[in-house]
Ligand binder design. Structure first.
Ligand SMILES: Cc1ncc(COP(=O)(O)O)c(C=O)c1O
Length: 259
């Protein structure tokens, strides 16, 4: 993030952090999602906190806040509430992404549990790591202490080894994910980007806007070979905050026997 923020500053580009998988995580002394100009969190079923569906944007930049507020709810906030009082940005056509009261209420309760969830995830992840044999390499992290610990990932020498490990775990009932297989999480499956269709109407499509012609847009399936290599040689399991000592022992045993 330091290198990204430095580059963005040099070229006057805003950094929007996708912290959707990492509510409660840290990088050094900073909360993930608060390092760039704005950060986004998701609260769907697969995330650290779940409110069913929903998300949030955080920023300390007043202009971004005002624009995001207008964009996410360009009519009803102005009609029912006072949130637009004092807003200086001009109103523009946006969307209707208002969160419901029910979702908000669930999330408020979830937020109170966040430190405890992160603590339990950490405890469980690192307790399993302690039990592993030295044939396994835990995937490296830029900040293991700040990790949300929702996943325990391993790095292998070859894709073949990775797939064999995953298959062996699965045979014993432990679900393992290889990131290369996770569909739209991998850039090669970003059809809209690879085929350069940013919007249905050409006038709204950044790829076809006159002022963007001449910008670098030569995307290819193999443009990030290192990324594809890492994604194919990594395998992870989901960590649960509710694991018991018995669960941790069973899981470590399956993993140790799978290499
Ligand atoms: C890194 C990341 N960003 C964004 C999203 C999208 O979140 P949502 O489904 O709440 O829009 C996901 C969902 O899996 C994600 O993993």
């Amino acid at each position: 993030m330091d290198a990204i923020c430095e580059l963005a500053k040099k070229y006057n580009i805003a950094v929007v952090e996708d912290a959707c998988q990492s509510t409660g995580g840290k990088f050094g002394d900073k909360d993930l999602g608060t390092i760039g100009d704005a950060g986004a969190y998701s609260y769907n079923y697969f995330k650290v906190l779940s409110a069913g569906e929903g998300g949030a944007l955080v920023t300390e930049n007043r202009k971004i806040y005002e624009r995001a507020l207008i964009y996410h709810d360009s009519s009803a906030v102005a009609f029912f509430g006072t949130q637009l009082d004092g807003i200086k940005e001009p109103l523009f056509g946006g969307t209707e992404f208002r969160i419901s009261d029910i979702t908000g209420a669930i999330l408020r309760e979830q937020l109170k549990k966040l430190p405890l969830i992160i603590e339990d995830l950490h405890k469980n992840k690192f307790a399993v790591i302690e039990k592993l044999n030295d044939k396994l390499t835990v995937a490296p992290s830029h900040d293991a202490q700040g990790d949300c610990a929702t996943t325990l990932a391993f790095r292998f020498e070859t894709e073949e080894e990775t797939r064999s490990f995953a298959a062996n775990c699965k045979e014993k009932g432990l679900e393992v994910t290889i990131p290369a297989d996770t569909g739209k999480h991998v850039y090669t499956n970003w059809t809209q980007i690879m085929e350069k269709r940013g919007a249905l109407h050409p006038a709204m499509d950044p790829f076809r806007m006159k002022e963007n012609q001449g910008l670098q847009m030569d995307y290819t399936m193999d443009m990030c070979p290192k990324t594809l290599d890492y994604l194919a040689r990594t395998a992870y399991i989901w960590v649960s905050p509710d694991w018991t000592e018995e669960n941790r022992n069973d899981i470590a045993e399956i993993i140790n026997n799978a290499v």
